[in-house]
Design a protein around this ligand. Structure first.
Ligand code: HPA
Ligand code: ZN
Length: 328
């Protein structure tokens, strides 16, 4: 009703969005046809119905098999332009998008094609739709470490097209510390650092400590388990560290007692919480405005809090100096 209209009309920034997670079933069929690939389902409806998962690994299996149709520069252009069009239609003014190049290199797609397609879409979307964007190279943490190193080396010649490096995929057994040399190399190249610390996996509190204290991440993706550590909360609050929470994916921390609502908990602790959509094509096509509409009653978000969450997002965005004011 009125609150939903308010949410949809707000100028928004989205900071946690996997481009490959915006690959809608109908585009999957179009790209499969264009590239001569046979899909394991015959119809868009059957494909959509197959998006059933119950945890991160079962989600990731569907997500990685889906991206097999992405082969050419044009495919990455179409994927990114479709997302940017959707985001602009939801009053997203600025977005920072993850991509998983190790997966594409593995299939033989050159880094140049991946980055060129996305970068061309970003330019066209900025010009035609007025939406700004940045691109974040994610290390796929459960793939062999040398493939992450190879992806970074292949991407550094294109570093002007990147804003940051991130860390995604299955967290269990893959602490941020393992990537310390790669993060150091990326930072030396002028890139920002962000890392997924997903909910309710093993040692996530220790992973958060490594990301925040040892690696000095500039942002944390998800990170709801921090609410279990007053020490880390104090550090994050003092630093103004932002969290890109995706309530559709990771809304509640299970503590053994009653589950904690992450967005509500972070707001109440004075942390810089933001809300994003994560992988909307695999989450009922709930893009960021939809994700906020869904989260509002769950976390009892007031209008002042909804505005604060967007202010947090624009503040946490890695906009070039001087450009932030144009969005606020
Ligand atoms: N967490 C971890 N890996 C991912 C995610 C996520 O939210 N989305 C795509 N890869
Ligand atoms: Zn994510």
């Amino acid at each position: 009703a009125a609150t939903e209209r308010f949410i949809r009309a707000m100028p928004k920034a989205e900071l946690h969005l996997h481009l490959e997670g915006t690959l809608e079933a109908d585009m999957k069929f179009a790209l499969a046809r264009r590239n001569g690939i046979k899909l394991p389902y015959d119809t868009v409806e059957a494909m959509r119905a197959s998006y059933r998962y119950h945890d991160l690994p079962s989600f990731l299996a569907i997500y990685y098999s889906g991206m097999d149709v992405l082969r050419t520069e044009a495919d990455f252009y179409d994927l990114a332009y479709a997302y940017l069009t959707k985001a602009a239609s939801q009053n997203v003014r600025y977005t920072e998008m993850f991509f998983d190049p190790q997966e594409h290199l593995k299939r033989g797609v050159p880094m140049a094609a991946v980055i060129a397609g996305i970068t061309r879409a970003r330019g066209d979307a900025a010009k035609r739709l007025g939406i700004g964007s940045g691109l974040i190279l994610c290390f796929v943490r459960d793939a062999p470490l040398d493939t992450a190193a190879a992806a970074l080396d292949a991407a550094l010649p294109f570093k002007r097209d990147l804003i940051a490096v991130g860390l995604d995929s299955d967290e269990k057994g893959h602490p941020p510390r393992d990537f310390a040399p790669l993060f150091a190399k990326a930072r030396a190249a002028g890139l920002h650092l962000t890392m997924h610390c997903d909910l309710n996996q093993e040692n996530t509190l220790e992973h958060l400590r490594q990301a925040i204290v040892d690696l000095r991440a500039d942002r944390i993706d998800h990170g709801g388990n921090i609410l279990q550590s007053p020490e880390l909360v104090a550090i994050a609050r003092a630093r103004g560290l932002a969290f890109t929470v995706c309530p559709g994916f990771s809304g509640k921390v299970a503590t053994g007692g009653a589950p904690i609502d992450v967005v509500r908990g972070m707001l109440d602790q004075g942390l810089a919480v933001t809300i994003s959509s994560d992988d909307p094509a695999y989450m009922g096509s709930r893009y960021v405005a939809d994700a906020i509409v869904d989260a509002q009653p769950v976390s009892a978000l007031t209008r002042a809090e909804l505005v604060q969450i967007q202010r947090n997002a624009f503040n946490a965005a890695w906009l070039p100096p001087g450009q932030r004011a144009a969005y606020l």
